[in-house]
Design a protein around this ligand. Sequence first.
Ligand SMILES: [Zn+2]
Length: 333
Amino acid sequence: MKLRKHQDLLWLEEMEKRGGLTLEGQRELKHKQAGLLGEHEFGAIMRQYLPKNWQLLQDIRLKTPSGEIQIDAILVNNLGLTVFEVKNYTADYHYKEGRWQVNGRLKYHDDFLQLERTVGLLSQLLKQNGFKLPIQNYVVYINEEDTVEIDDETLPYLKRAKLRRFIKEAIENCQIAPHQSYERLSNWLVSQHQADDRRLTLKVEEFAKIKKGIYCVNCASFDIEFQRYHAKCCSCHYTESREKAIVRTICDYGILFPYEDLTAIEVGRLIGPTICYSAIYQTLAKYFKRLPHSRKYSNGQLPLNELFSEISFRYNDKHSPNQVPRKSEHSED
Ligand SMILES: [Zn+2]
């Protein structure tokens, strides 16, 4: 399964660009970005070494009778299941005599207890559905800086540098274990995955405070000059198709207000007066699905690159000749 940004991360990123996040929101954004990056890196390292017939399922969310569980990764091979909780910590974490400290202060959240609870609920769910198999589990500390120290070697954890060796040993163990396919189980797990349907949305008083307009897709500046077919950034001189910039911002409106249908008037309140009503209306009508018997359009709740990944616009994006293209922060694979 492809790792993707959840709506809460998309929402926080959009709010950040529009200057609408509190300090707490900024912290949450950083935390979620680091988390996703960690899961990406874990997946990339594992897939380098995994045998082809093993499966690595990432970001699985399951409903169990005793509560919902979210699992960062599950490895399926003929030994059974291995559940991974991936942590991308950059602060100094110490686990000493059963207690966690972060940057010298006591921390009450315990990674091992969290994983134990998840695995307990997962194994219950599997039993109820007729699956009986061994489950191993590990907390993975994926950050390259390696700032986590644990004084108890018996605890189930893996540092980034140990992942390769972990797979090598698992391959050896699999070769001597009975041949057993858990393909049916991994298909079942994928079929049980529940998309996260919680949505963050903007309150009226928050909307008043955020920056309105279309920002540069390259540098997030709101200083854009609109030409007939292009939107040109006055800060970095990046040029985007004008139509694409409007579609992109309509998508961003859909992320900020996930429960709202799209109308030209409401979208126009976010875009601001630089683009006229009729241009917004025409763009909505051209690219978005109209809801029956209304002037409203369907809200896909996704950013342009996901909602319109198949569509190419008439005018391509262009960097200024003097400008080195900025590397995107999170490359999607
Ligand atoms: Zn720019």
